[in-house]
Design a protein around this ligand. Structure first.
Ligand SMILES: Nc1ncnc2c1ncn2[C@@H]1O[C@H](COP(=O)(O)OP(=O)(O)OP(=O)(O)O)[C@@H](O)[C@H]1O
Ligand SMILES: [Mg+2]
Length: 192
């Protein structure tokens, strides 16, 4: 059993896109948490207001562990709550970050409601996926890629570099939309 590469990040930051690019280079299997929850009915309730299914962690976590253990080669786990993977099964975590204005447009393109977009962009501004990853795995294993101005191919190359070299410039916590938006007086646009 190899330990997993975790790809986390708020909805729309590009986890599925990066995972498939990375998987073909690393010859890895992908465990997509959202897909798994949907396919195997591993949710405890449906949040109608947010139009999402609430994962049943009591069933999801052991199932993910089982799948990781079963995998012979490299394995990638992707999802915006990928910090549920038990620490001993995790090699490295890459959290994708996208500028709030760009993310907002990507979520609009998904046809999401204004409220759902706002809540998710707020989570991105506050860095909630990075926070959760740091809390679960500690700063040694958590890295971030701001993919706002990178092509899909460039994001894959940066991810490979992170996995191989663990460069300090990508350490979790380097992306800070909060202060960037604050300087430009843009926070009111998303927090109202
Ligand atoms: N580096 C990138 N540059 C430009 N657009 C991108 C990039 N990465 C992803 N996208 C686009 O952003 C959208 C969301 O990407 P993707 O579905 O991979 O995100 P996700 O994090 O898996 O979202 P979700 O959490 O909803 O599953 C897609 O339209 C994708 O083509
Ligand atoms: Mg996805």
């Amino acid at each position: 059993m190899g330990r997993a590469v975790i790809i986390s990040g708020c909805p729309g930051t590009g986890k599925t896109t990066l995972s498939s690019g990375l998987a073909s280079v690393l010859n890895a299997e992908i465990i997509s948490l959202g897909g798994l929850v949907e396919r195997e009915g591993l949710y405890s309730q449906i949040d109608a207001e947010r139009d999402t299914k609430v994962a049943d962690l009591n069933r999801l976590v052991p199932r993910v562990v089982e799948l990781i253990e079963k995998t012979r080669g490299n394995v990638i786990v992707e999802g915006h709550y990928a910090d549920i993977v038990p620490s001993s099964f995790v090699d490295i975590v890459i959290v994708l970050r996208t500028h709030p204005d760009v993310l907002s447009n990507r979520l609009k393109a998904k046809g999401w409601s204004e409220r759902k977009i706002r809540e998710n962009v707020q989570a991105e501004i506050l860095g909630s996926c990075t926070f959760n990853a740091l809390k679960a795995y500690g700063s040694e294993r958590v890295y971030e890629i701001d993919n706002t101005n990178l092509s899909n191919e460039e994001v894959v190359l940066v991810a490979l570099r992170i996995i191989d070299e663990k460069p300090g410039e990508y350490r979790g916590g380097v992306v800070n939309w909060l202060s960037l938006l604050d300087v430009d007086n843009q926070l009111e646009k998303y927090f109202y």
